[in-house]
Design a protein around this ligand. Sequence first.
Ligand SMILES: C[S@@+](CC[C@H](N)C(=O)[O-])C[C@H]1O[C@@H](n2cnc3c(N)ncnc32)[C@H](O)[C@@H]1O
Length: 489
Amino acid sequence: MQEYSEKLEDIYDEKLGRHLVASLSIEPGETLLEEQPLLVAPHWECDRLKCAQCLQESYVICRRCQVYPLCMDCSAHDAFECEFFASGAGSGIGKDLLIKNYGICALLKLLLLLEQPDQRAQCQILLERPVKLEDYRNEDGVWQEHEEQVVRPIMESGLAQVLPDQQLTSDALHAHCIRIDTSAYEVTARDGDTLKGVYVRGANLPHSCVPNTVVALDEQFNLKLYAAVPLESGQIIFTSYANPLMGTSQRQHQLRMTRHMECACVRCLDPTELGTHMSSMKCRDCSDGYAVCDLGGTGNWRCLDVSCGAVIPAADVHELLAEVGGALVDAKGELSAYESLLAQNKQLLHPNHFLLLDIKQNIASILRAAALMNSLNDPCKKLLARRVELCGDLLPICRAVIPGISKLYAIALFEYLLSFVELTELQFSEGDVDKKGYAAQLKRAQSVAKEALDLLQFEPENSAEGFLTERIAMELERIESDLMKYGKH
Ligand SMILES: C[S@@+](CC[C@H](N)C(=O)[O-])C[C@H]1O[C@@H](n2cnc3c(N)ncnc32)[C@H](O)[C@@H]1O
């Protein structure tokens, strides 16, 4: 399906540009779009060469064109790109163009796609997207980065002269970079690095921090978009460009920086962030009150208890968040540093605050890695119980921020399941729980595993989530076989 589902209509308005609405009712899990990528390339700032064929780490250069990196397993890459530099129009361009300026990778791909008659029409759809260069020009950071890493190297390489039909100017190249950046999806290479994938139709999806669709990507980076919740005729189809585990002002900052947009979704307009309180503070005046941001007014945090109404100035909140954010970076994987950060900030932030969640996730992943490497000294049960608690704290929040079918929630359930089963088995083997208690715990694990599998059922088999599904299914099998043994009493 290189086209949208027949149940969608492609429309245009001033605010969202081209976008899609449901023209009929749609069930959760229904496929809305399947599309191959127009291009997949490393980020501008990627400093490790990637094989032009499989996008995993590269060790050699293509012998034929002497321009593109390859890995030990791949002996060839895209025939047009190879030919262009080996004996085509680009044969006179310096062979070190890409190696010296690896940031040009995505744009070079687009420029060479534009040279191929069978690809040009797809690229043109992307290039029709209007870009107001004046909104970006002279902006610190992005414009400068594009200029130094992409635009200047290409202009100085002589490519503009050998691609005369494209009439390449600095401004045209900047506009291409912006189109690539604002429409790209983060995709994960097999070696775990993130790359950017551009999809001509997928690029039409507008953002909401509460998306109503799920984007699935298989190992070949093919995109499948499916409904996360029931959709009624007339509803706009949204994806999310932001990290749902960040607070509102952090998501908004990210969207402003990367997409030049202001989000006004239900979560962004709700000071409690859908009841999660991911940006709420503990009130400084009353013992059990929480303060939320006065979004439409002063921007200060005010206690929700009207009989208290104490105010925390926005500047104080931002200063504290910057301080904790900095300390998180400085903690550099040190368990004790995260634990002391958690203890200090529990007094100041709502228990669901996104920074506390971040700290807790760091602790949980250190404990997981330690368990895997068997490097825990002794108090295994205590640490396992701590991991279960930390993973459990994340569950209701993941459930609340992404409604319906959610990969984030499925992954959180999996992490919880692993630690819960490990603890349960240890407690049973050490005689802390009897058979009946063990069976009751296994029943809980069984329902967690089933819930996670249910959420992942629409993911392609050959994807990271597909492999996760297999892993959870194996765990479920193990749980059910123990249940057969111990659950009969
Ligand atoms: C991937 S493009 C979407 C394509 C767009 N529909 C078009 O016709 O070009 C992303 C851009 O769409 C706009 N956009 C997406 N979601 C939006 C939203 N919820 N509110 C305002 N603008 C949005 C922003 O300008 C953003 O940089």
